[in-house]
Design a protein around this ligand. Structure first.
Ligand SMILES: Cc1cc2nc3c(=O)[nH]c(=O)nc-3n(C[C@H](O)[C@H](O)[C@H](O)COP(=O)(O)O)c2cc1C
Length: 477
């Protein structure tokens, strides 16, 4: 007999089961057994319904999947900003949601207006922000009910301990709590509070009650708090995380072209030590490799990015491994295998110092210390020539300052990879460290090499284009 895991059921089904079982004083499992029994005995058939469905509270109704409340196809969020120190991040959240073509209507609690102004929230949202339950301008037609219903999702960020308590108890003594009580749409909370407030038994009870009521939560995260010297769980999820969570409610995920594929990417320069304080490096910024990692992640891939020393923010949702030298990079690449696609965008130093000093080299009157160089391992060639665990698609980068295409063709043959992205990095191009790139994609088909030259693009555009090519050419399944 197959077993049934309640946890894996649809949220709306779970909310219905919880309510129905609670009203009968039975466990959820017992209730499932009762429903199945009734089904088998034909009750449902005969009566159209096993038992009268319990009326769903607003929050339980909120467990229903979102459906567009707008007839225009526009997606709308009512954003309730609570009175916590993280309220300033709600302003960034408005921006992130607007970037995703989501209409945002803001409601600020009285306490929230002490942290951010309705003017700032309204200006970012592009429409007036609401603060007052007894606002004569919006309440002549019960505006709080409209704010609760005329949207596809209600997001509370930051959700204060106080707001959570009010929701759990069903209070409606201000605009925010009245909207939340009148809601017929899903509710997503982004709690933010001091770790002691979050771990307090009252907040634990309220959070558990809200989860039972079908209210969804994103965060809180662990980390440093705004208050000096405070750390722990209670930090509001980052605006991008909240926007991602909101989007999952609003737009069910579409199958993405690289879903389920493992992509391994290298980026940045390597540092080859001369002594404990000096090293040999190159001018690579890592921007192109990081942009490729972000594009692959957006295409649904499971991305590992192995990066030399760079000063860039880690792309969201990407596993980043930091290394210094070429040998370290190769070791981490080998550990990260197997992968479906490997893209080697790092500018790996060809040589390292053979006689690396254990102590800082001293300036003396004697002659300059000789720097003997030895060749570094060739990561692209090593992985391309693997007998086992060679990724089915290996892509290298050829940074050249002359005879770009000829050198790239020779490199493609020599390294044994499948594609080469060739770019001219002579100083006049500004590619090294810059934001734009002009590339040529060379692809090997047996003995034939196809060259596809792309116009000047930003490094992000090059990344998106490259990942689109990968998705098109990489055999799925
Ligand atoms: C400087 C300052 C920061 C605060 N930060 C938080 C916070 O991060 N989270 C929280 O739950 N309450 C915080 N509070 C307490 C709330 O502002 C207070 O509980 C308020 O009544 C919440 O109102 P609201 O839930 O209607 O927004 C803070 C208070 C002050 C004075």
């Amino acid at each position: 007999m197959a077993s049934l895991t309640i946890r894996k059921l649809d949220e709306a089904v779970k909310a219905y089961l919880r309510l129905r079982s609670a009203s009968k004083g039975r466990s959820v499992e017992e209730e499932v057994r009762v429903i199945l029994g009734e089904l088998i005995r034909g009750h449902v058939h005969d009566q159209g319904q096993a038992e009268p469905a319990p009326a769903l509270s607003a929050a339980q109704a909120a467990a229903r999947p979102a459906r567009p409340a707008s007839t225009t196809g526009e997606v709308r969020i009512t954003l309730i900003i609570g009175g916590g120190i993280a309220a300033y991040k709600a302003l960034d959240l408005i921006r992130r949601l607007k970037e995703r073509q989501i209409r945002v209507r803001c409601v600020l609690t009285g306490a929230a207006t002490r942290f951010v102004t309705p003017l700032a929230a309204g200006a970012l949202a592009g429409e007036r922000a609401y603060t007052d339950l007894f606002d004569p301008e919006s309440e002549f037609d019960a505006g709080h009910i409209r704010l609760a219903r005329d949207c596809d999702l209600i997001v509370v960020a930051p959700a204060t301990a106080d707001l959570m308590a009010k929701m759990a108890q069903g209070h409606a003594d201000d605009l925010a709590s009245a909207i939340l009580l009148a809601a017929s749409r899903p509710i997503l909370l982004a709690p933010a509070m001091n770790p002691m407030m979050w771990s307090n038994a009252a907040t634990r009870r309220n959070a558990a009650q809200l989860a039972r009521d079908g209210v969804a939560m994103v965060g809180p995260n662990a980390g440093e708090m705004a208050e000096r010297g405070e750390a722990g769980v209670g930090r509001m999820a980052e605006p991008v995380e909240i926007a991602d969570a909101a989007e999952r409610f609003l737009r069910p995920p579409q199958p993405r072209p690289l879903s389920g594929k493992r992509v391994l990417i290298t980026a940045g320069p390597t540092h080859e030590p001369i002594d404990p304080v000096r090293y040999i490096a190159n001018r690579s910024s890592g921007k192109q490799g990081f942009a490729i990692a972000a594009a692959a992640q957006a295409a649904g891939a499971d991305v590992t990015l192995i990066s030399g020393p760079v000063e860039l923010d880690e792309p969201h949702g990407v596993k980043v491994v930091h290394v210094e030298s070429a040998r370290e990079m190769l070791a981490r690449v080998e550990t990260a295998l197997p992968a479906d696609i490997a893209i080697f965008a790092a500018a790996v130093a060809d040589w390292r110092v053979a006689n690396e000093g254990g102590q800082k080299l001293k300036k003396t009157d004697a002659a300059l210390p000789p720097l003997a160089l030895v060749e570094n391992p060739d990561i692209l060639a090593t992985i391309s020539h693997l007998k086992e665990r060679r990724p089915p698609l290996v892509i290298g980068f050829a940074a050249e300052t002359e005879h770009l295409i000829d050198n790239a063709k020779a490199k493609l043959a020599r390294k044994g990879c499948d594609w080469i992205v060739a770019n001219d990095v002579s100083p006049a191009t500004g590619v090294m460290g810059g934001d734009r790139n002009t590339v040529h994609l060379l692809a090997r088909h047996g003995s034939r090499i196809d060259v596809d030259s792309w116009p000047v693009m930003t490094k992000e555009q090059v990344a998106v284009e490259l990942i689109a090519h990968v998705a098109k050419n990489f055999p799925t399944g």
